[in-house]
Write a protein that binds this ligand. Structure first.
Ligand code: NAG
Ligand code: NAG
Ligand code: NAG
Ligand code: NAG
Length: 561
C-alpha cells in the first residue's frame, strides 16, 4: 500500500508538472484502498463538499485552486463565457486560514471553507483586492466604505469569497442592452448552447453556478434577475422577500424591490446559503420588518411537506402567456405535483393582473429610486478614480468613453436617462408605490392566495417575476425542462440566442411575504421527484475539465497511507 501510494505520488507529480493529458483521476479512482470518490465539481453540492472537507479528503485551498482553474479554462478561453469579472487575490490565504481553523476548532457553519461567487453589484472591501462596479468602468478602482451586509454574514459563517461575477450592467438598468452584457465584462453567454442568452441581470452568477465555477453564487433581483438566470441555466434560485436579506452595500436599483438571494445547482444549497445571508441589518431598515428569528431553511427540505398543500395556477394573463413548449412541460409538472399529494387549484387568478399589465407605476418607482439611491452610492464612496459622483456624471462618463461603455450594439442608456429625468420622492411617487403594493400584494398575489385558500402559486419561471417584483414577494425557482433539439434559435441580442436546442427553462413558486420555507418545501419535493437538472449537461467545450484530483496529488497520496 505504501509503495503504491508513493508510486502514485510520483506519477501524479509528474502528471501535474508536465500537464500531461493523461488523467490522474483515472488512476486515483481505480486504485485499491480508496474508499471515497471525490465530488465532481460540475455538480458537487455544499453538503458533499463539506463532507470531503471534514474527512480531510481535500482542503478549502484545494477547492479554491480547482475553481480558479475551472474559471481560467472557460471564462476567456475556449467558449469564452465571460461569466466571471475578477477572482479574489486573497481567496487562497483566506482558505488556508479557514482550513487551519477547521482543524483546530471545527467548522463555524455549513458554509465554512466553501467558495462563494458574488454578483459584481455586491460590495467587498477593496483592501481584499477586488472591485465592486456593477460592470461599469465608472466604478473601476472605487473604494467602498465597507463589505455588503450579506458579505459580512458570509465571512462570519466562514465562507470564502471566490470572486465577482459578470452581470447585465447596473443590474440591467442601463438601457435597452442585451442581457449579460457589461462594459467591463463584455457579453456573458450560457453553457447549454453556444452563445445562449444567460439571462440577467445575475447572468454570470447563473452561468458560473451551472458548470461549477464556484460552489454557490449570489445574485440580486429587482424584477426577474434571479428567477430568469436560474431558469436559463438549469438552476435553483431563491428570490427572497424584500427585507429578508440586507441590501446594505449592494449597488442599488430600488430599495422597494431589490433583494439578494442564492443561485445554486440544488435547492439544498440554496436553503443553506439563504439561512446564512438572511437576517436583520441596521444598515438596511427594510430588514427590520422580518420575523425576529431567521428560520433554518434547511428544515424545509422535507419531501413530505407538500402533501395536502394547495397550489394555485394563475392562468389569466400570466401562465397563458408562456411559450407553448414551456406550457406543455408545465402541464406535466402540475400532474407531478398532484402525484406528490398537492391539491392543484386551477385557475387561481390574480384579480389585479390586467391592471398590473397596464400600469406604468413600476417604472416610475424604479426610475425615482435609482436616481436617489445611485447618487447616494457614488457620494458614499471613499474614493472613485473615474471622478463620477452622480447619475448625471455617469451618463456623461459613458458618452465620453464610448469605446468602453457604448460600443456598437450596446450603446443604449435610456434607463439612466429616464431615471435622471425624475424629481425625487414626489406625491406621484408615493401614489405609484402605494398602487404597486395594492396591485401586487392586496389585490394581486395575496388576493389569489386568500380567495382560493392557497399555500402558493405555481407558474413557468418565464412569467413569474412581475407581480412578485412590485409586491416585494418571494419566488423559488427550480429546473422544469429543456427546449427540444430541433428548436430554431432566436436572437436575444447582438451576440446571443434564446431559445435554442437544449436551452433550459424553469418552474417558479410564488407566495406571500416571508413564506420562503413553504415555497422551498414545495419546490424541493418537485425537484427531488423530477431531478430535471441532471437530465442534460452543458455543451462539451463549456464543461471545465479540472477536478479536485488535478490539484490534489499530495493529499490524495496521503489519504492512501
Ligand atoms: C480593480 O481592477 C483593477 C484593474 O483591473 C485592478 O488593477 C485592481 O487590482 C482591482 N482591484 C482594486 C481593489 O482596485
Ligand atoms: C428607512 O429609513 C429611511 C431613511 O432614514 C426612511 O425614509 C424610510 O421610511 C425607512 N423605511 C422603513 C421601511 O423603515
Ligand atoms: C399609478 O397609480 C395611480 C393610482 O392607482 C394611477 O392613478 C396612475 O394612473 C398610475 N400611473 C401610471 C403611470 O400607470
Ligand atoms: C477572471 C477573468 O477572466 N477576468 C476577466 C473578465 O473579463 C475582463 C474583460 O474582458 C478581463 O479583463 C478579465 O481578465
Amino acid at each position: 500500500m505504501r509503495r503504491l501510494s508513493f508510486t502514485l505520488l510520483v506519477l501524479s507529480t509528474i502528471c501535474y508538472a508536465q500537464r500531461l493529458s493523461f488523467s490522474f483521476s483515472d488512476l486515483f479512482m481505480k486504485s485499491p484502498g480508496v474508499q471515497r470518490q471525490l465530488p465532481d465539481l460540475y455538480e458537487a453540492s455544499v453538503p458533499e463538499l463539506q463532507a470531503g472537507l471534514d474527512a480531510g479528503d481535500f482542503t478549502s485551498v484545494d477547492l479554491v485552486k480547482a475553481y480558479f482553474a475551472r474559471i481560467e479554462e472557460v471564462n476567456l478561453q475556449g467558449p469564452a463565457l465571460r461569466a466571471v469579472l475578477e477572482t479574489n487575490p486573497s481567496a487562497l490565504t483566506q482558505a488556508a486560514e479557514l482550513d487551519a481553523e477547521r482543524k483546530a476548532s471545527g467548522k463555524r457553519s455549513a458554509l465554512h471553507g466553501i467558495p462563494v461567487l458574488l454578483k459584481d453589484n455586491i460590495a467587498t472591501v477593496s483592501s481584499e483586492g477586488m472591485n465592486t462596479t456593477a460592470g461599469s468602468f465608472s466604478l473601476l478602482g472605487s473604494v467602498v466604505p465597507d463589505d455588503a451586509g450579506v458579505v459580512k454574514r458570509l465571512r462570519a459563517a466562514g465562507a470564502i469569497i471566490l470572486g465577482k461575477a459578470n452581470l447585465s450592467e447596473f443590474a440591467h438598468f442601463r438601457g435597452n442592452v442585451a442581457s449579460g452584457w457589461s462594459g467591463r465584462g463584455g457579453q456573458n453567454s450560457g453553457a447549454y448552447f453556444p452563445g445562449l442568452d444567460p439571462c440577467g441581470s445575475s447572468s454570470g452568477s447563473g452561468v458560473a453556478a451551472s458548470i461549477g465555477l464556484a460552489a454557490v453564487t449570489l445574485g440580486t433581483e429587482t424584477d426577474g434577475s434571479i428567477t430568469c438566470p436560474s431558469e436559463h441555466n438549469n438552476l435553483a434560485g431563491i428570490k427572497p422577500t424584500v427585507g429578508l436579506t440586507s441590501r446594505a452595500g449592494v449597488i442599488p436599483i430600488s430599495a422597494n424591490q431589490d433583494t439578494v438571494g442564492p443561485i445554486t445547482r440544488s435547492l439544498t444549497d440554496a436553503a443553506i446559503v439563504l439561512s446564512v445571508i438572511a437576517g436583520k441589518d441596521p444598515n438596511d431598515n427594510f430588514t427590520l420588518a422580518q420575523p425576529d428569528t431567521v428560520p433554518d431553511f434547511s428544515k424545509a427540505l422535507d419531501v413530505r411537506a407538500i402533501k395536502g398543500k394547495r397550489i394555485g395556477v394563475p392562468r389569466l394573463n400570466l401562465v397563458s402567456r408562456a411559450n407553448p413548449t414551456i406550457l406543455t412541460a408545465f402541464e406535466t409538472a402540475l400532474d407531478t405535483l398532484r402525484g406528490l399529494g398537492a391539491i392543484i387549484v386551477d385557475p387561481a387568478d390574480l384579480p389585479s393582473i390586467n391592471e398590473i399589465r397596464a400600469s406604468g407605476n413600476e417604472s416610475l418607482v424604479l426610475n425615482t429610486d435609482f436616481k436617489v439611491q445611485l447618487n447616494e452610492w457614488y457620494e458614499n464612496l471613499v474614493e472613485n478614480p473615474s471622478g463620477v459622483r452622480s447619475l448625471a456624471d455617469l451618463i456623461q462618463f459613458d458618452l465620453d468613453n464610448p469605446e468602453l461603455e457604448l460600443p456598437p450594439g450596446f450603446s443604449d442608456q435610456s434607463d439612466l436617462l429616464a431615471a435622471e429625468a425624475t424629481n425625487g420622492f414626489t406625491a406621484a411617487y408615493f401614489e405609484s408605490l402605494a398602487s404597486n403594493h395594492d396591485l401586487g400584494r392586496t389585490r394581486g398575489i395575496d388576493a389569489a392566495l386568500r380567495n382560493n385558500n392557497l399555500d402558493a402559486l405555481v407558474m413557468p419561471a418565464s412569467v413569474a417575476s412581475g407581480p412578485a417584483a412590485i409586491a416585494g414577494y418571494p419566488i423559488v425557482t427550480v429546473p422544469l425542462g429543456f427546449f427540444p433539439d430541433n428548436t430554431p434559435t432566436r436572437s436575444a441580442g447582438p451576440l446571443t440566442v434564446y431559445p435554442a436546442p437544449g436551452a433550459p427553462f424553469g418552474l417558479s413558486f410564488v407566495g406571500t411575504a416571508f413564506s420562503e420555507s413553504k415555497l422551498i418545501s414545495i419546490a424541493f419535493a418537485y425537484e427531488q421527484k423530477t431531478k430535471t437538472r441532471l437530465q442534460r449537461k452543458a455543451f462539451a467545450a463549456a464543461i471545465p475539465t479540472t477536478q479536485l484530483q488535478d490539484v490534489l496529488f499530495r493529499p490524495a497520496a496521503a489519504l492512501m497511507l
